[in-house]
Ligand binder design. Structure first.
Ligand SMILES: Cc1cc2nc3c(=O)[nH]c(=O)nc-3n(C[C@H](O)[C@H](O)[C@H](O)COP(=O)(O)OP(=O)(O)OC[C@H]3O[C@@H](n4cnc5c(N)ncnc54)[C@H](O)[C@@H]3O)c2cc1C
Ligand SMILES: *[C@@H]1O[C@H](CO)[C@@H](O)[C@H](O)[C@H]1NC(C)=O
Ligand SMILES: *[C@@H]1O[C@H](CO)[C@@H](O)[C@H](O)[C@H]1NC(C)=O
Ligand SMILES: *[C@@H]1O[C@H](CO)[C@@H](O)[C@H](O)[C@H]1NC(C)=O
Ligand SMILES: *[C@@H]1O[C@H](CO)[C@@H](O)[C@H](O)[C@H]1NC(C)=O
Ligand SMILES: *[C@@H]1O[C@H](CO)[C@@H](O)[C@H](O)[C@H]1NC(C)=O
Ligand SMILES: *[C@@H]1O[C@H](CO)[C@@H](O)[C@H](O)[C@H]1NC(C)=O
Ligand SMILES: *[C@@H]1O[C@H](CO)[C@@H](O)[C@H](O)[C@H]1NC(C)=O
Ligand SMILES: *[C@@H]1O[C@H](CO)[C@@H](O)[C@H](O)[C@H]1NC(C)=O
Ligand SMILES: *[C@@H]1O[C@H](CO)[C@@H](O)[C@H](O)[C@H]1NC(C)=O
Ligand SMILES: *[C@@H]1O[C@H](CO)[C@@H](O)[C@H](O)[C@H]1NC(C)=O
Length: 579
């Protein structure tokens, strides 16, 4: 079916560092490392590994460059990347738990990967999530205490664009000002709503108690949002921060965009199962390009892309591979399994007319003249509504009550009593459900079959039901008396649990935090795909560095855990080859 004409790019002299948009322009060179996917983790690795000028690194990214892409750069344009060339346009298989609906699962198809299109929420999650990773993987290096240096290397806290007084909005002692990815508290755009939110927290107390900093390792309670948005009101993606112009100017870093990797292959002339070769093919060009790294191929293609490449390379469950006519190179039954995501549900409330001052921007979403004005403001002054992505400025992290019958009935999936089950309003943060990713054919240009299996565990459904009750409880704080009039839509009419469940199933979508498809497990464990150093079990020369290696879904948005994984992986790679 495909021509097997391999152009083996061999040794040669390196040209100047550059970014290319086609593999044909990339010079023949000796690559120490080839990174498959210039996404969130891939950009970190590219940047850190080329700090050593002796190392030649090639990054291969399927999507386009991020440079000049306003949809990615301007925070308020964040939603505009959906279903564009910057999106892989993935859809799940029909979900039984979602009334049979298939839902979209956005992933970034652009340099910087999902960090170039994400909601920019900066959450580390509870300390106990990292401690659990350390204990499950048998590597104490993943513990909360031991990853602190990586959090510091990653984060660069700056004042928000509007320079308002941020005293009391976070705890400076838990932040770093010396890393790469810029983190800021929200701009002071809706002071009345912010003040009322804090007052509601005071009035309700308990679960909604104010937490000065949800990134201290103890997230529970209500606190101020932090975002990966710069002081200059632009998105601080992995590409913007780690692949800045100085890094890109390094002679030992080469990046090729718009280039799709189909497989990784056993390297000819090597002993045992050594996989350091990468295959690049295009549906329209019959030539196949093969590139080989002298040290490692590092797959950083994300929770969906990574198992897709592994399975097409014959690394997966033998019997699954057989059904799609792929020869097994390594029987690794857990590839693509244990896919876990957060379900996400919007709970709509109605507001009393004129109760909140949305100011001149009230009709921004529908009024092109206002949009032009907002863009102009962002461009000339870094003010106006486009300096932010979310209109919300606070998050509440909640647990089911200790005596909840849900916890009694199911085992508690959270890592400790300091970890949340519910995140308001963005979704449920802990999940028992796990699904799978498989491939439906041996054509790598066909999308994989993604099955997060939302709500196949009743725990998740019951917890979301509790989440709705918590949201209603919050809306009934006295401060909202003349502001929030109540739930709207079918939820307002739902009186029985069955009706509430029907609403949940009809309206849940992906929380966009899938993990687990190439899970980390202890060395010599009979389950999992990679060792705690992220090298693929039973293979030489192949490492996986991205969200797919997380065996449990964090009680957090997932970009910070991915940054931690990538920063530590870069250290592990350097240590292995240079110390
Ligand atoms: C819309 C959206 C909103 C989100 N909101 C938040 C948020 O607010 N806060 C938060 O913390 N997290 C958020 N997340 C999740 C977070 O962004 C991801 O968990 C994280 O960025 C994943 O990083 P990664 O390195 O694993 O994968 P990615 O960043 O997705 O990188 C994978 C890269 O590999 C490339 N690739 C894939 N396959 C191939 C191939 N075959 N050949 C070549 N290249 C390939 C992709 O194009 C991509 O660039 C969001 C995600 C999305 C999509
Ligand atoms: C996603 O869909 C949009 C709209 O159809 C399309 O323009 C874009 O090219 C698609 N993305 C990819 C990576 O194919
Ligand atoms: C590849 O071929 C498809 C279908 O024939 C076509 O739609 C597409 O534009 C082509 N792409 C390129 C890059 O030539
Ligand atoms: C899923 O993860 C658990 C550990 O959390 C492990 O025991 C199990 O083998 C995994 N299952 C698959 C199919 O990967
Ligand atoms: C809301 O405010 C607008 C503009 O100030 C005014 O025209 C309108 O009558 C007000 N509506 C109510 C219900 O008070
Ligand atoms: C521009 O920004 C400054 C400082 O942030 C602010 O005071 C001023 O109102 C802004 N100008 C406009 C037109 O919004
Ligand atoms: C739940 O139990 C934990 C640990 O025993 C305790 O610290 C916490 O205060 C309890 N919460 C409530 C609301 O009782
Ligand atoms: C849990 O404890 C609270 C407060 O002590 C009590 O009001 C509630 O009825 C208890 N719920 C269950 C399910 O036992
Ligand atoms: C809710 O119920 C009322 C009264 O039965 C009905 O008029 C209304 O259309 C319903 N709303 C929704 C969103 O279903
Ligand atoms: C759920 O969707 C089904 C099918 O579209 C519809 O009949 C039903 O009324 C919806 N129920 C709720 C509560 O939204
Ligand atoms: C894994 O197995 C190998 C070979 O049996 C052994 O040498 C090694 O010590 C084991 N490693 C661990 C961490 O158990």
């Amino acid at each position: 079916m495909f021509l097997n004409l391999a152009i083996v790019v061999g040794l040669g002299s390196l040209g100047l560092c550059a970014t290319y948009s086609t593999i044909q322009d990339v010079p023949n060179a000796k690559w120490d490392f080839i990174i498959v996917g210039g996404g969130t983790a891939g950009s970190v690795l590219a940047s850190r590994l080329t700090e050593n000028p002796e190392l030649n690194v090639l990054v291969i990214e399927a999507g386009s460059t991020n440079e000049g892409v306003e949809e990615s750069i301007i925070p308020g344009y964040g939603l505009r990347t959906r279903l564009t060339r910057y999106d892989w346009n993935f859809t799940t298989v029909p979900q039984q738990g979602l009334s049979g609906r298939a839902v979209t699962l956005q992933r970034g198809h652009i340099l910087g990967g999902s960090s170039s299109v994400n909601g920019m929420v900066y959450t580390r999650g509870p300390a106990s999530d990292y401690d659990r990773l350390a204990s499950v993987s048998g590597d104490i290096g993943w513990s909360w205490e031991n990853i602190q240096s990586y959090l510091r290397k990653n984060e660069k806290l700056e004042p928000p664009a509007d320079n308002h007084d941020v005293d009391g909005e976070f705890d400076p002692s838990v932040h770093s000002t010396t890393g790469r990815v810029v983190v800021t508290p929200p701009n002071n755009l809706s002071p009345a709503i912010d003040a009322a939110t804090l007052q509601a927290s005071e009035e309700l107390g308990g679960d909604f108690q104010f937490n000065l900093d949800m990134n201290s390792g103890k997230p529970l309670g209500l606190g101020w949002l932090q975002s990966t948005i710069g002081h200059d009101a632009t998105r601080s993606s992995s590409a913007m921060s780690y692949l800045d112009s100085q890094t890109k100017a390094r002679k030992n870093l080469h990046i090729v965009t718009d280039t799709f990797v189909t497989r990784v292959l056993k390297t000819p002339g090597t002993k045992g199962l050594t996989i350091r070769s990468v295959e690049i093919r295009s549906p329209n060009i019959s030539d196949t390009v093969l590139l080989t790294a002298s040290k490692e191929v590092i797959i950083a293609s994300g929770t969906i892309g990574t198992p897709h490449i592994l399975l097409h390379s014959g690394i997966g469950d033998q019997s699954d591979l057989k059904t799609v006519n792929i020869e097994t190179v390594l029987h690794s039954p857990d590839v693509g399994k244990n896919l876990t995501d957060h379900p996400n549900l919007f709970i709509p409330f109605s507001l009393a007319p004129n109760s909140t001052d949305l100011g001149p921007w009230a009709n921004l979403d529908t009024n092109p003249a206002l949009q032009a004005q907002a863009l102009e403001l962002w461009k000339t002054n870094r003010t106006g509504p486009y300096v932010q992505y979310f209109p919300a400025h606070h998050i509440a992290w909640l647990r089911l009550p200790n005596n909840s019958s849900i916890i009694k009935q199911f085992s508690d999936p959270s890592s400790s009593r300091e970890s949340a089950h519910i995140e308001l309003i963005l979704g449920v943060s802990h999940s028992l459900t796990s699904g799978s990713l498989t491939i439906g054919s041996n054509d790598p240009f066909n999308n994989p079959l993604i099955n997060p299996a939302y709500y196949t565990s009743e725990f998740d459904l019951l917890t979301v039901r509790e989440g709705i009750k918590s949201a209603v409880k919050f809306s009934k704080a006295p401060v909202w008396k003349n502001v929030i009039t109540g739930l709207v839509g079918p939820l307002n009419n739902a009186t029985t649990d069955a009706e509430i469940d029907a609403f949940i199933k009809n309206n849940t979508g992906s929380g966009l935090h899938p993990v687990g498809t190439a899970a980390m497990s202890p060395k010599n464990a009979s389950w999992g795909v990679v060792d705690p150093d992220l090298l693929v079990k039973h293979v030489c020369g192949l490492r996986i560095v991205d969200a797919s290696v997380l065996p449990y879904i964090p009680s957090a948005h997932t970009q910070v855990p991915v940054y931690v994984i990538a920063e530590r992986a870069a250290d592990m790679v350097k240590m292995k080859w240079y110390n």
